[in-house]
Design a binder for this molecule. Structure first.
Ligand SMILES: [Zn+2]
Length: 215
């Protein structure tokens, strides 16, 4: 099955994608990962994207789609894939559909994880990162043993600038602006599946599997 995951930052897409991978072997493909991979491998398109990424600029749609397609072609069509953070816009979604069609494939379902804004702000702004080894903690859900200090290496933990509450609200607003039309796009094709993203990861996973068994 080929899936698109829709959901704001903090909705738990990564956690759910990991579970699907463990059970069904569908790899999770995030735009960030495939862009970095293309740059690392020095592909033709990767070389075009590299200077933009280094400058912190947005990589244009056609370049993102090209790099995603290169990547999807390497994937076993029997296992399928989970797209996370891509497509982000209607033109990207259209380009994706066209490219899949030309290789006899399609998107089977778009899973939208819905979580209230306040819950997302809470989840994201409680995150603390170790600058040295990248360990991730959460002040209430996954606290370090000693307040503000990494369990593994003892470094002081940091809150990423992006995770400050006002930044989180900005990110959520950007997401809502970009993604509402994308939900419509998949709804019109009868592919949108809405999942309540509040609850334990196991409950949410059970909902997803239930929905997929009927897709
Ligand atoms: Zn550490």
């Amino acid at each position: 099955m080929n899936l698109v995951f829709l959901g704001p930052p903090g909705a738990g897409k990564g956690t759910q994608a990991k579970k699907l991978f463990q059970e069904f072997g569908m790899p999770q493909i995030s735009t960030g990962d495939i862009l970095r991979d293309a740059v690392r491998r020095g592909t033709e398109l990767g070389k075009k994207a590299a200077p933009l990424m280094e400058a912190g600029k947005l990589v244009p749609d056609d370049l993102v789609v090209g790099i995603a397609m290169d990547h999807l072609q390497q994937i076993d069509p029997v296992r399928g894939f989970i797209l996370d953070g891509f497509p982000r816009t209607i033109p990207q979604a259209q380009a994706l559909d066209a490219a899949l069609k030309s290789s006899g494939q399609k998107i089977d379902a778009a899973i939208s994880l819905r979580v209230p804004e306040e819950t997302l702000v809470d989840r994201l702004s409680g995150r603390r990162i170790c600058p040295k080894d990248g360990s991730v903690y959460h002040v209430s859900q996954n606290p370090s043993k000693r307040d503000g200090v990494c369990d593994k290496c003892g470094s002081p933990l940091l809150q990423r600038e992006d995770d400050k509450p006002e930044k989180v609200r900005e990110r959520l607003a950007v997401y809502a602006r970009q993604t509402a039309p994308l939900e419509d796009y998949y709804q019109k094709q009868g592919l949108l599946r809405v999942i309540d993203g509040v609850g334990s990861p196991e409950d949410i996973y059970a909902q997803i599997k239930n929905v997929l068994s009927r897709s």
